[in-house]
Design a binder for this molecule. Structure first.
Ligand SMILES: *Cc1c(COP(=O)(O)O)cnc(C)c1O
Length: 415
C-alpha cells in the first residue's frame, strides 16, 4: 500500500494496525473469517468505478462488458455451489438481502414466523428495533427449553395457529443442524413461502458439512463473508418461480448501482468454494468446533444443546459465576476475540448476557486443528477462572501470541 501510505498516513496506519491486530489475536467470533488475498485483490479494484444498474446484458449504463463477465461468473458459480435455480449477487449485506426477499414476496403487514432473537434469531427476522419488526407482523417460535434445540412439532403448531405468509429458518447463534425439509413441509401445510437465511452456515452447506437448503427452500439469503469466506456482502438465491420478483426487488426496488468490486470478490470466493480444498476446510471447521466443545464440556462448561453440529457453540456461563460481558472482556485482554451472547431463558440484558458465542471458521482458516482447539479450551478455562487477574492475563496473552505465531496470517504480505 505504498501509494496510500504517502497520500493518507492516518488511514494507512489504521489499516496497518488492524492487520497487526488480526495477526496477533485468536479470532473466535463465529461470524468472522479471513478472505484470501485473491478475494481482497478483486475487491480492491477498478470495478469500484463503474455504474452498472440493471443486470448482465440489460444495463442502464454503457461500458459494462467486463462487469458483466464478473457478475455472470459470480451468478453461475453461486448456482453451482448451492444447486440454485437463480442467483442475485447484488445485495450489499445480509440484512438488505432479507429486506429485498420480503419486499419481493410479502405485503406490508404480512406475517412472518421466525425464531426469537434472544434464542439465536437475527435482527432482520422481526426484531422490534429493526424495519422487519415494524413493517411486518412477527410471530416467533422458540427453542425447546429442555434441549435448547428446534422443536419442529411446536413450530408446526404455531404455524397452523398463526397462518404466516412466510416461514423463516436460519440463525446467528444456533449450534445444531437445521432440517430444511421439515421447514418446507410446515410452510407448505399453511401455504407460506419458506425462506432459509444461511448467512452463518453457507460455507458449511457449500462445502458439504451441513445439508443444503435447496431443493426445499423457496428463497435462500446469505452473507458471503462468514463461513463462506468471501468479501463482506450478500446474495439471494431462489426457485425460478421467484426469480423475476427477487431481481426487481433488489434493483430497482431497494438498491441503485451494485458494488461491482464486491461482486468481483464474490466471484473469486465462489470459485474458491467450488474447489475440493474448500470441502476439507468446511469439514475441519466442524471437527474443530466439536473438539473445542468437547474439551470445554470436559472442563465443566455448560453448552446450550450440550454441543455443536456446526461451526459455533454457545457457552452458558451461569454456572461459572460470571456474565457474558465479563467473559468477553477478560478474553479480549488476552487476545481472544469473542462476543457475549444471550442464552435461552437469559435473565440478563443484551448488553450483559449470560453467555458467549465461540466459533471456529477463522481459526480453521489459519490452519488450526483439533489439538489447537484443545489448547484454546484450556486457555479459556484458565482465563475465566482467573476473572481478569492481571498476572494470569499476562501469561495468557503470551500463550495467545505464541499460538498465533505458529499459524501466521497472510504471510505473503510484506507488512
Ligand atoms: C449475519 C447475519 C445476517 C446479516 O448480515 P449483515 O451483512 O450483517 O447485514 C442476516 N441473517 C443472519 C442469520 C445472520 O447471521
Amino acid at each position: 500500500m505504498a501509494v496510500l501510505s504517502r497520500s493518507d498516513p492516518e488511514v494507512y496506519d489504521a489499516i496497518k494496525n488492524e492487520i497487526g491486530r488480526q495477526r496477533s489475536t485468536l479470532e473466535m467470533i463465529a461470524s468472522e473469517n479471513f478472505t484470501s488475498l485473491a478475494v481482497m485483490e478483486a475487491q480492491g479494484c477498478v470495478m469500484t468505478n463503474k455504474y452498472s444498474e440493471g443486470y448482465p446484458g440489460k444495463r442502464y449504463y454503457g461500458g459494462n462488458q467486463f462487469i458483466d463477465v464478473t457478475e455472470n461468473l459470480a451468478r453461475d458459480r453461486a448456482k453451482k455451489l448451492f444447486n440454485a435455480e437463480h442467483a442475485n449477487v447484488q445485495p450489499h449485506a445480509g440484512s438488505q438481502a432479507n429486506m429485498e426477499a420480503y419486499f419481493a414476496t410479502l405485503k406490508l403487514g404480512d406475517k412472518i414466523l421466525s425464531l426469537f432473537l434472544p434464542e439465536g434469531g437475527h435482527l432482520s427476522h422481526g426484531s422490534p428495533v429493526n424495519f422487519s419488526g415494524q413493517w411486518y407482523k412477527i410471530v416467533h417460535y422458540h427453542l425447546d427449553p429442555e434441549t435448547g434445540t428446534l422443536d419442529y412439532d411446536a413450530i408446526r403448531k404455531t404455524a397452523i395457529a398463526e397462518k404466516p405468509q412466510m416461514v423463516l429458518c436460519g440463525y446467528s447463534a444456533y449450534p445444531r443442524t437445521v432440517d430444511f425439509k421439515a421447514f418446507k413441509e410446515i410452510a407448505d401445510e399453511v401455504g407460506a413461502i419458506m425462506l432459509a437465511d444461511i448467512a452463518h452456515i453457507a460455507g458449511l452447506c457449500a462445502g458439504g458439512a451441513h445439508p443444503q437448503p435447496f431443493p426445499y427452500a423457496d428463497i435462500v439469503t446469505t452473507t458471503t463473508h462468514k463461513t463462506l469466506r468471501g468479501p463482506r456482502g450478500a446474495m439471494i438465491m431462489c426457485k425460478e418461480k421467484y426469480a423475476q420478483a427477487i431481481d426487481k426487488a433488489v434493483f430497482p426496488g431497494m438498491q441503485g448501482g451494485p458494488l461491482e468490486h464486491a461482486i468481483a470478490g464474490k466471484a473469486v470466493c465462489f470459485g474458491e468454494a467450488l474447489k475440493p480444498e474448500f470441502k476439507e476446510y468446511a469439514k475441519q471447521v466442524v471437527k474443530n468446533a466439536k473438539a473445542l466443545a468437547d474439551e470445554l464440556m470436559a472442563k465443566g462448561f455448560k453448552l446450550v444443546s450440550d454441543g455443536t453440529d456446526n461451526h459455533l457453540m454457545l457457552v452458558d456461563l451461569r454456572n461459572k459465576g460470571c456474565t457474558g460481558k465479563e467473559a468477553q472482556n477478560w478474553l479480549e485482554e488476552t487476545g481472544i476475540t469473542a462476543n457475549k451472547n444471550m442464552v435461552p431463558q437469559d435473565d440478563k440484558s443484551p448488553f450483559v448476557t449470560s453467555g458467549i458465542r465461540l466459533g471456529t471458521p477463522a481459526l480453521t482458516t489459519r490452519g488450526m486443528k483439533e489439538s489447537e482447539m484443545k489448547e484454546i479450551a484450556g486457555m479459556i478455562d484458565k482465563i475465566i477462572a482467573a476473572k481478569g487477574d492481571p498476572a494470569a492475563t499476562a501469561i495468557a496473552r503470551g500463550d495467545v501470541i505464541a499460538l498465533c505465531g505458529k499459524h501466521p496470517l497472510y504471510p505473503e504480505l510484506k507488512w
